[in-house]
Design a protein around this ligand. Structure first.
Ligand code: SF4
Ligand code: SF4
Length: 489
């Protein structure tokens, strides 16, 4: 079994300095001096840019003169340097930095519990034509197709039969636009409820929709079945309408917004609030924080704005030249979200880090679970590792009617985890990330084993700002009062 080596990461945001320990997930604010000492050590005595536990131990046990020389610091700061080293030693001895992993990771447990979630595609068709759509107008580059009711029922049965001892199962309706085949969604839900009673299972339903076909009666159905709903909206009207048009090329913002608001109001009236406004930002709206604020001002607090995925040379794609601008946008979202009141608050999906109660280690090393915890089924009943692999023949995993799975592909995804991916193994953010998106890796590098480097850079930026937000939240209360005394070195 390969052990995860102890790692720390230091970073700065807005002239403040922070340290994050990968294994213990200790997060501390550090002084600039401390940052400089660690950064110089990383560059001078680190192994390929990584500071190892051994070299760190050597560093904190060195003579102060040697540390000053190594760090390019000033002799006048000797007292401060000495204090910093004493505190670092303390943290090191307490196992809070360069810590060993607390929980053993056993690859044999991966995928042992059975399938948890199925992404059902009722329709490979769409009533929008978003120019950045990865599914090529909802049909995944093929003829449009619709799932029939028998296949939908078989899909639910497949999930139940392959879910092992799991009690809680999930069905995500995805597309294309799933609401174009609403009768199949109704039947699927009814059948899932029947089987839930019979087999002692519980189903959670999710729908991802562009909103164009969202009628009052569909809203009633979704709310009465306590659906979690992902509503696609990119932000400001001109930004949204730039890419998200109907079949005739007309704008859709005005058409979908009233339905999304109705759905939110109805959820709230039924005492639950499970939704995300899910948008995409591209190189055309590098000021995407404005879109987040716009969505929050509309009354939607739960927001996820994702960087566009797509061909590198397309007119909307992002690349590393945009990273510093994107950083400044994440900073604006953090600062702005701290000043808002309850009625317009921002719960930004990428800033939701739970350092204390995160998922178990097995889950953390496998990330999304595509190919074994989670599968997708296309309208014809064919199974794939996830919605992004649909219609890739080499990733076809079987058919819901056969009730069996291509175990080679399943194994390929199980073993494509943090232990075996070299880039991830050495990455400070690995337990926050889980190893990135297999589909994105495949698109970028023609291999699911090599993460998409642009995704990695973006994710690490998001994690740094999520951590920074945690630090800021400890200081600023709802009235905007700053509290000092945040733990520091
Ligand atoms: S996918 Fe990238 S960011 Fe995620 S763990 Fe792997 S190397 Fe790190
Ligand atoms: S492979 Fe990528 S798109 Fe598919 S479920 Fe995982 S993270 Fe999502």
């Amino acid at each position: 079994m390969r052990n995860f080596k102890p790692l720390i990461h230091i970073f700065n945001v807005a002239d403040r300095y922070f340290l994050f320990d990968t294994n213990a997930e200790t997060f501390l604010e550090i002084s600039k001096t401390c940052y400089q000492i660690i950064e110089e050590a990383r560059q001078n005595i680190g192994d390929r840019g990584l500071l190892t536990k051994e070299s760190f131990s050597e560093l904190i046990n060195s003579e102060i003169e040697d540390i000053i020389r190594l760090s390019n610091l000033n002799y006048q700061d000797a007292n401060q340097i000495e204090e910093t080293i004493t505190e670092l030693k303390m943290l090191y001895e307490q196992g809070l930095i360069f810590s060993e992993l607390q929980y053993p990771v056993d690859e044999k447990n991966i995928g042992k519990s059975g399938i948890k979630a199925l992404c059902v595609h009722p329709a490979h068709d769409c009533n929008m034509r978003c120019s950045y759509c990865f599914a090529e107008g909802g049909s995944y580059s093929h003829d449009i197709s619709y799932m029939d009711i028998d296949t939908a029922k078989q899909a639910v049965e497949f999930l139940v039969n392959n879910s092992g001892d799991r009690k809680n199962l999930e069905i995500d309706f995805f597309g294309g636009e799933p609401l174009l085949n609403f009768p199949v969604i109704e039947k699927c839900v009814a059948h899932a409820k029947e089987l839930a009673n019979k087999h002692g299972k519980h189903f959670k339903f999710t729908l991802t929709t562009n909103g164009l076909a969202l009628t009052d009666s569909i809203i009633d159905f979704l709310v009465s079945n306590r659906f979690a709903v992902v509503m696609s909206l990119d932000g400001r009207k001109e930004i949204h309408d730039n890419y998200r048009t109907d079949l005739a090329g007309n704008s859709t913002y005005e058409k979908i917004l009233p339905a999304f608001k109705k759905l939110l109001n109805k959820m709230q009236a039924h005492d639950y609030c499970e939704y995300y406004i899910r948008g995409t930002y591209t190189r055309k709206n590098l000021d995407f924080s404005e879109d987040v604020f716009h969505i929050a001002d509309l009354g939607f607090s739960r927001i996820s704005l994702e960087p566009v995925t797509g061909e590198e040379n397309s007119s909307f794609s992002l690349n590393e030249h945009y990273l510093s601008k994107l950083k400044s946008e994440y900073l604006k979202i953090v600062e702005n979200s701290l000043t808002r009141n309850n009625s317009s608050e921002i719960n930004f999906f990428h800033f939701n880090l739970d350092l204390n109660n995160g998922p178990c280690t097995t889950k953390r090393i496998t990330g999304c679970g595509a190919g074994f915890d989670y599968l997708a089924v296309d309208p014809g009943g064919n199974l794939y590792p996830c919605h992004q692999f649909v219609d890739m023949e080499e990733y076809s995993m079987g058919h819901v009617a056969e009730n069996s799975l291509n175990s080679d592909i399943s194994k390929k995804f199980k073993t494509n985890n943090l232990i075996n991916k070299n880039d991830c193994y050495d990455c400070w953010a690995k337990f926050l990330c889980g190893g990135g998106c297999h589909a994105s890796a495949l698109k970028a590098n023609n291999s699911i084993e090599m993460p998409n480097q642009l995704d990695c850079q973006l994710k690490k930026i998001q994690f740094e700002y999520a951590l920074y937000k945690k630090a800021r939240e400890q200081e600023v209360d709802k009235e905007g009062v700053v509290h000092h005394g945040y733990g520091s070195v």
